[in-house]
Design a binder for this molecule. Structure first.
Ligand code: ADP
Length: 307
C-alpha cells in the first residue's frame, strides 16, 4: 500500500510563480521519507497541497489510496501534520490544545482525554498539561505540535522542519521518538535542512529543486553521490605543521586543529589510525561544510535551470 502517491503535480501561484512543475512521488506505507531541497524549492507548497492548505493547479494526490479531490475527509483523517511555524494558541492550556484538536476529528471528550494523556506523556509534556502555550520553551512548543498531530492516530505523519531552532539534546530525543513511532507503523515524511537528520532517520529521500524532483532513492545511495568531505579535527597535541597522512590532503588550521579531506574511496578510520601512529589524538571532529548544501550544489549544477 502506498501512503502517498503524487502524480504530475503542478502549482502555479496567482502571482505567476511556478512552485511545482510536475512532481511524481511515491512513499510506501511504513517508510521514513525525507524531502530535501534548498529554500524556495517547493517543499512547503507540496506539503500544503497534500494537507489541503494549498490548492493545486493540476495533478493528483492520493493518501492511502484516497484522492484529495474526491475523498478529502478520508485523506485528511489519515494525515497528521506538524507545520514549520509554531501555531499553537499561546493562551490555551497544553491539555486543551490537544483535546480541541481531537474534537476536530470527531473524537468524544472522554476518548480525547485518554488519548491526550498518552500523547502528552510520550512527548514528556504531561506534567506541563496545565501550563499555557506561551509558558513553554521552544522545544516544548514543537513537542506539543507533534502531540497534537498524533491525537487522531494518523497513519501518515508529515513534519516540516521539525527541529529547526531546537537544541541538540531535544533534537536527539525527538529523533528517538520519531524512530519509535515509525517502528510502531506510522509512515513519516519530513522536510529538513539538516542532512544529518535525514541521514540518521530516513530510509528514502527525494531532493526537490525549483519545483522538480532532481534525485530520489535510498538515502545511502543518494549520499554516495557526495564526493570528498572535509573534516575539521581538534587534536590534543599542538602541531607545528600539517601531519603527513598517506592518501589524504591535510592542512593545519590552528595549533590544535587540522583539516583532513576524505575522498569517497577512503575511510576516516585509516586517517585516525595514521594520526594515532604519529602520536596524535583526536579530541573532537566536525564536518567543515554543510554536506546538504554540498549535495544541493552538486545536484543542482547538473539539473536544467527553468527558463
Ligand atoms: P520551500 O518550502 O522549499 O522553501 P516553498 O514551497 O515555500 O519552498 O516556495 C516555493 C516557491 O513558491 C518560492 O519561489 C516561493 O517564493 C513561492 N511561494 C510560496 N508561497 C507562495 C504564495 N503564497 N504566493 C506566491 N508565491 C509563493
Amino acid at each position: 500500500m502506498l501512503a502517498l502517491a503524487v502524480r504530475s503535480l503542478v502549482k502555479t501561484y496567482p502571482n505567476g510563480v511556478q512552485a511545482l512543475r510536475g512532481i511524481d512521488l511515491e512513499v510506501p506505507e511504513g517508510d521514513f521519507f525525507a524531502l530535501l531541497g534548498p529554500n524556495g524549492a517547493g517543499k512547503t507548497t507540496l506539503i500544503g497541497i497534500i494537507t489541503s492548505l494549498v490548492n493545486k493547479t493540476s495533478g493528483e494526490v492520493r493518501v492511502f489510496g484516497h484522492d484529495i479531490d474526491s475523498e478529502l475527509a478520508l485523506a485528511k483523517a489519515a494525515i497528521g501534520v506538524v507545520p514549520q511555524e509554531i501555531n499553537i494558541n499561546y493562551w490555551d492550556s497544553v491539555l486543551n490544545i490537544v483535546t480541541t484538536q481531537a474534537g476536530f476529528y470527531g473524537m468524544t471528550p472522554r476518548a480525547a482525554r485518554l488519548r491526550a494523556e498518552d500523547c502528552l506523556r510520550q512527548l514528556q509534556l504531561w506534567d506541563r498539561r496545565r501550563d499555557t502555550g506561551r509558558n513553554l520553551s521552544g522545544g516544548m512548543k514543537r513537542r506539543l505540535m507533534i502531540a497534537r498531530a498524533l491525537m487522531h492516530r494518523p497513519r501518515l505523519l508529515i513534519l516540516d522542519e521539525p527541529t529547526a531552532g531546537v537544541d541538540i539534546e531535544i533534537r536527539r530525543s525527538m529523533w528517538e521518538f520519531l524512530r519509535e513511532i515509525n517502528q510502531a507503523g506510522t509512515t513519516i515524511i519530513l522536510t529538513t535542512h539538516y542532512l544529518e537528520e535525514a541521514e540518521n532517520l530516513c530510509r528514502n529521500v527525494a531532493i526537490i529543486d525549483h519545483g522538480q524532483i532532481i534525485e530520489r532513492g535510498a538515502m545511502a545511495g543518494v549520499l554516495r553521490k557526495l564526493g570528498a568531505e572535509t573534516f575539521v579535527l581538534n587534536l590534543r597535541e599542538a602541531v607545528a605543521a600539517a601531519p603527513q597522512l598517506d592518501g589524504y590532503a591535510v592542512a593545519r588550521t590552528g595549533d590544535h586543529e587540522i583539516e583532513v579531506e576524505v575522498t569517497k574511496d577512503r575511510s576516516l578510520n585509516e586517517a585516525f589510525a595514521a594520526l594515532t601512529a604519529a602520536g596524535l589524538h583526536v579530541v573532537s571532529m566536525r564536518n567543515k561544510s554543510n554536506r546538504l548544501e554540498e549535495l544541493f550544489i552538486r545536484l543542482t549544477a547538473r539539473s536544467p535551470r527553468p527558463g
